[in-house]
Design a protein around this ligand. Structure first.
Ligand code: ZN
Length: 221
């Protein structure tokens, strides 16, 4: 089933799915839990559109490839092109929506690649590696420095963060990204994960929510 950007009322968003631009180690507590130094410059990586799947109705994980970690993240949908160091207003104007999402990671593979100083794509860009819920319109969160994200697995809260805790807040982060490469309508930004990451197992029941905006249930198939 091919992925299509949607709003929570089920209406399609008529931007083609683009790339997924991610930031690593954007919450100090998460960097610490994986024994990673806090970067002095934002650590960016890109997942191709081919790895995106919807959250609703459950999603599959490649269990034969080692430990698959969840990373709950606030996803930002870009609705207008951004490039060449846009200003704050241009970035705010280009944000079309927010959604909770999972940046899935083959943690064993990533550790192996990291130890050899190699790129992370094999661990981060497999089919199904970006799980994105339907979006709420951007006006749901007039203050982007106060968006709560929470992941509950089998009834237990595993991750509970807020964009207030980001080392690179959403607007400066997107300004920096758009200074590195062009962003297009339909691209998605994954804004980093708070502490509490861990492995997923088939059958896990998930609740993924943005505080005050959207709440989704899903299951690992
Ligand atoms: Zn992540």
């Amino acid at each position: 089933m091919s992925y299509q950007h949607k709003y929570i009322d089920g209406t399609n968003i008529h931007f083609p799915l683009g790339k997924v631009v991610c930031i690593g180690r954007n919450y100090a507590e998460h960097a610490k839990e994986l024994n990673n130094p806090v970067p002095t410059e934002p650590l960016l990586f890109i997942k191709p559109g081919s790895c995106v799947v919807g959250l609703e109705g459950g999603f599959a994980i490649p269990t034969e490839r080692g430990s698959v970690h969840y990373e709950a993240e606030i996803a930002v949908l870009i609705g207008k092109p951004l490039s060449n160091n846009p200003n704050r207003e241009e970035v705010l104007d280009a944000i079309s929506g927010f959604a909770p999402a999972l940046d899935l990671t083959l943690r064993d593979k990533q550790a192996e690649l990291k130890s050899q100083g190699l790129p992370w794509e094999i661990a981060k860009s497999f089919d199904g590696a970006a799980v994105i819920a339907p979006f709420v319109v951007s006006s749901t969160y007039p203050d982007v420095t106060d968006i709560g994200i929470r992941l509950t697995i089998n009834g237990e809260v595993r991750q509970d963060g807020n964009s207030a805790l980001m080392l690179n807040p959403i607007i400066p982060m997107i300004q920096h990204m758009a200074g590195c490469f062009s962003l297009q309508a339909g691209d998605v930004i994954l804004t980093g994960t708070p502490a509490g990451v861990g492995p997923l197992n088939v059958g896990d029941e998930l609740v993924l929510e943005l505080a005050g905006g959207t709440r989704f249930e899903s299951v690992v198939r």
